[in-house]
Design a protein around this ligand. Sequence first.
Ligand code: MN
Ligand code: MN
Length: 465
Amino acid sequence: MSKKTEAELLSEKLFYTPQHANYVCDEKEIAKADKFCVDYMNYLNTCRTEREAAAFTRELAEKNGYTEFDSSKKYKAGDKVYYNVHEKALILCTFGKQSAGKGTKILAAHIDSPRLDLKPNPLYEDSELGFFKTHYYGGIKKYQWPTIPLALHGVIYRADGSCVNVRIGDDEGDPVFVVTDLLPHLDKHDRNMSEVIKGEELNILIGSRPFGKEKGDKLVKLNIMKLLNEKYGITEADFLSAELEAVPAFKAVDIGFDRSLIGSYGHDDRVCAYPSIMAALAVKKPEYTTITVVTDKEEIGSDGNTGLNSSYLKQFIGDIASLEGLHGRDVLRKSECLSADVNAGFDPTFPSVLDKMNAAYLNRGIVLTKYTGARGKSGTNDANAEFVSKVRTIFDKSATLWQTGELGKVDEGGGGTVAKYIANLGVNVVDVGVPVLSMHAPFEVVAKTDVYMAYKGFKAFLESK
Ligand code: MN
Ligand code: MN
């Protein structure tokens, strides 16, 4: 290799040049990333909804020595507790050697993803075909949801108050469901992008055979209802007290000849939730109390009592503060948080919406996003320089590959995360997460090395002094 010129050496020293993990990590570390992602892909296939992700996390926590938090108990350093938020969000906490009054280290990721929810009265028949009506959840490009296999997940509460779990469409031999689309031969309509498929056209095909041999009214619907009654013990009115989510039925898979990428539904934001949980489990005796939150409702603005715009995190921190005779505010003002959420990866097919200098690229590590928001940084936590400095130092010291990122060019769009709700409690917060291609599509793409860097960075943050 030829000797580097003086200019090359000085550029290396002075310029910000994030690099592909392949140039920074040795073979051993790349292999570690690949192995970590095998487990991540299993998690993706197991957890298709926020309820399933919360239940999985709770079970895993129990296996790892966590017990349900009890505010009347005394806890010592290293004790591990979990706090169940209405079955759809969960907090994992490990008590630190220091008093909670010295602050806590918080990781917050969300486990809800865009999808099609069934309407409260969804079942109908038209032209001897049976359908469910849906109401989409989160920001979707509606045209992406027809003609893909869909599975149905969720819970139904029957009239007597008993509950039945629904999970159909993922296992070998299961039927799947589908939103139909118009054939190109007859699709001459000049609809604009948001109307290629309208919200009220996202109807899911669920059957076509009538009940019995005698002709009559709504017999396809009746036959479906009969099958549902036999399988789940429900009647039509029970749909009102149900939460049924149609999610893509395909499994997480490797992408590329080099298998460097993962395609799956729900990377946003389980690709940050999973490394957060694994980091929480790996940190056995932290200096400061660690709090890992997997939350619900981020995709619809964090409202609702399982979202981070509610008081559950504040209340939990208030509870752990009072164990030591402190107020929640004493803990909150000294606490620090990584809002672990994805950002847009640069897609060379659509270069115009991102500023190349400030975009995140796949395989260049986790993205430190100082602000998201729209227009003049509206609706965002704009992280302060002091805290960003602290976080990048933690990443540098732990050899965690990181890069900066912005959610789109100025005035191009924008978005929100849970960061601002935690910041509003007085906590220092910055967004950190994995870059994603095709975000919010039924099949999103991430790079394996970035998933592993998320784990590494989150663990280093929880362990930081
Ligand atoms: Mn997200
Ligand atoms: Mn999202």
